[in-house]
Every structure is written in structure tokens, then in C-alpha cells.
Write a protein that binds this ligand. Structure first.
Ligand code: ADP
Length: 266
């Protein structure tokens, strides 16, 4: 009987699963954004991903590690207890597996942001985290997108990059540490006649400024890789690179690096 390793990243916004074979090759991933409980998301994702490869508890041994916000509530998978490992450790493991040169990681998810510095051997040397303030996370991008009738996946294309559009416009600062007040700042920009694409670019710049501070706090340098669902937003990737003055590369399988790291640690 072959052994497979399953990683579950039970995030605050999305649940992710990754399956690897005995030799560490990534077979596949799955994502669920439906807001189920961590235990339900773990069961459903594990069953679906194993079924994609014809695997059951009877024809394969599956070792599972869970990470993310809901990791300690994951329960069991394929009849076995799921071990819990912190997100920082899992992201570090996943990113170094995909990008062996990485010494810095920026992870922005739905409700938190983390800057992680790695030693030459891939162990975590330091990290800084913002999990208090939604204004620097994917949550704020979700609020800003929906206010303009967009999904987060549409944001970056909508922002475009027409140079000069923002000239003569005061740069928008999020002065509030609360997403509700930050949203009202955005509303007042719209009321002052700022074009939606420019207001949304300003939101990205504001998040990028906060992110640059987080990277500085943990003294994170290059080669630097961007992970988490928000790494799929190209406008934010460019804005963060500008704000911190470093090259910021989007990690492969960016939203799944925590799940991949968990699978590798299983
Ligand atoms: P968590 O692990 O905290 O649940 P994720 O790392 O899965 O969060 O990221 C979720 C966030 O990713 C959402 O809040 C959203 O802002 C962003 N996101 C998800 N899909 C996309 C996409 N296609 N394009 C841009 N941003 C996205």
C-alpha cells in the first residue's frame, strides 16, 4: 500500500488542500471558499482530493497535517488524527520546497498578513504578523471590490495601470486601523469625484505601505516570494514591490503554499 501525504490549510477565508506522493511530488490541490466549519471543510476537501486520485482509506495510507486558523479543529481524516502545525512553519516549508532560493516570504490572506525571514537552511529566523487590523489584508480588498461591484479576481484588471491618472490627486492614506472607517474614507474619495480605478489603485498603495512596514519589522530581504490568496492580485504585488523597493516574486501555487508545506511535514 502506497503512502500519500495530505496538507490542509484551514484559513479564515478559504480552506485549501494539497496532496503529494511518497517522493514529494505535488499531485493536486483543492480550494473551498464556502465558509464551512474547519472540521467540515477538512472532511470534504480531504475526501474530494483523495477521490480525484482514486484513493480511499482502504487502498492508500494517508498522513495528514493541518495548518491555518482552524487547524486544531480539523478532527480526523481517513480515520486518522490530523496533526496541527503552525502556518509560519508550513509556509516556510512549502515555499522553500517550490523555491529553494527563498529567504523572505510575504503571506497575505483574508484576515492576516505575515512577513517571514528564513535562514540559509530554510528555518524561520524571524517573522512579523498583522492579525489585528483588516485594513492591511485581503478582507479590505474584498470590501473595496464589492463596493465597486467587482470580485477580488476582477480587481487588478479593473485598476489597470494607466500612468498619470492619479496626477494632481492627493495620495489616499488609510489613517484608520479599522476596515469600517477605512471604507468610509474610500466612500468620501468616491464622493470627491475620484475615478473608481484611481481610488482602487490608492487602496492598493495604502495596503502596500502597511505591508512594507511589516517586511521591515522582520528585516525580510530578497529573494522574496509572495504567497496567500492576495498574491493572485498583480496590482498589489507591484505596489508592494514599489513600496519596499525589492523584487517581489509571486510564489508558484501561491494560495496553496501553506497546504503544500503541511503535506510535506505530514
Ligand atoms: P486565508 O488563508 O486567510 O483563508 P487566503 O490565503 O486563502 O486566506 O486568501 C484569501 C484572500 O485572497 C481573499 O480575502 C481575497 O482577498 C484574495 N483572493 C482570493 N482569490 C483571489 C483572486 N483570484 N484574485 C485576487 N485575490 C484573490
Amino acid at each position: 500500500m502506497k503512502t500519500y501525504r495530505l496538507g490542509l490549510d484551514l484559513g479564515s477565508t478559504a480552506a485549501k488542500a494539497a496532496l503529494i506522493d511518497e517522493s514529494g511530488v505535488l499531485l493536486g490541490t483543492r480550494l473551498d471558499t464556502s465558509g464551512k466549519s474547519p472540521a467540515d471543510a477538512a472532511q470534504i476537501l480531504a475526501a474530494a482530493l483523495l477521490a480525484d486520485y482514486g484513493l480511499t482509506g482502504e487502498n492508500a495510507a494517508v498522513k495528514t497535517v493541518a495548518t491555518g486558523y482552524g487547524r486544531s479543529l480539523a478532527g480526523t481524516a481517513a480515520g486518522a488524527n490530523i496533526r496541527a502545525v503552525t502556518e509560519i512553519t508550513c509556509h516556510a516549508r512549502g515555499v522553500r520546497h517550490l523555491h529553494p532560493d527563498a529567504t523572505g516570504i510575504l503571506d497575505i490572506g483574508g484576515q492576516d498578513a505575515k512577513a517571514i525571514r528564513l535562514d540559509a537552511d530554510g528555518t524561520v529566523a524571524d517573522f512579523a504578523m498583522n492579525d489585528r487590523c483588516a485594513a492591511g489584508t485581503g478582507r479590505f480588498l474584498e470590501v473595496a471590490a464589492s463596493r465597486h461591484g467587482l470580485t477580488v479576481a476582477e480587481l487588478s484588471a479593473f485598476c489597470g495601470d494607466e500612468p498619470g491618472l492619479g496626477e494632481g490627486v492627493e495620495p489616499f492614506e488609510i489613517s484608520s486601523t479599522c476596515v469600517v472607517f477605512a471604507e468610509s474614507e474610500l466612500i468620501s474619495l468616491n464622493a470627491r469625484g475620484m475615478r473608481p480605478a484611481e481610488a482602487l489603485r490608492a487602496v492598493h498603495r495604502a495596503i502596500a505601505r502597511r505591508t512594507a512596514l511589516l517586511l521591515k519589522q522582520a528585516n525580510v530581504g530578497e529573494p522574496l516570494y509572495f504567497t496567500g490568496g492576495v498574491a493572485r492580485n498583480e496590482t498589489l504585488r507591484k505596489a508592494v514591490a514599489d513600496a519596499c523597493g525589492m523584487e517581489l516574486r509571486r510564489a508558484d501555487h501561491a494560495q496553496f503554499t501553506g497546504a503544500i508545506g503541511a503535506a510535506l511535514l505530514a
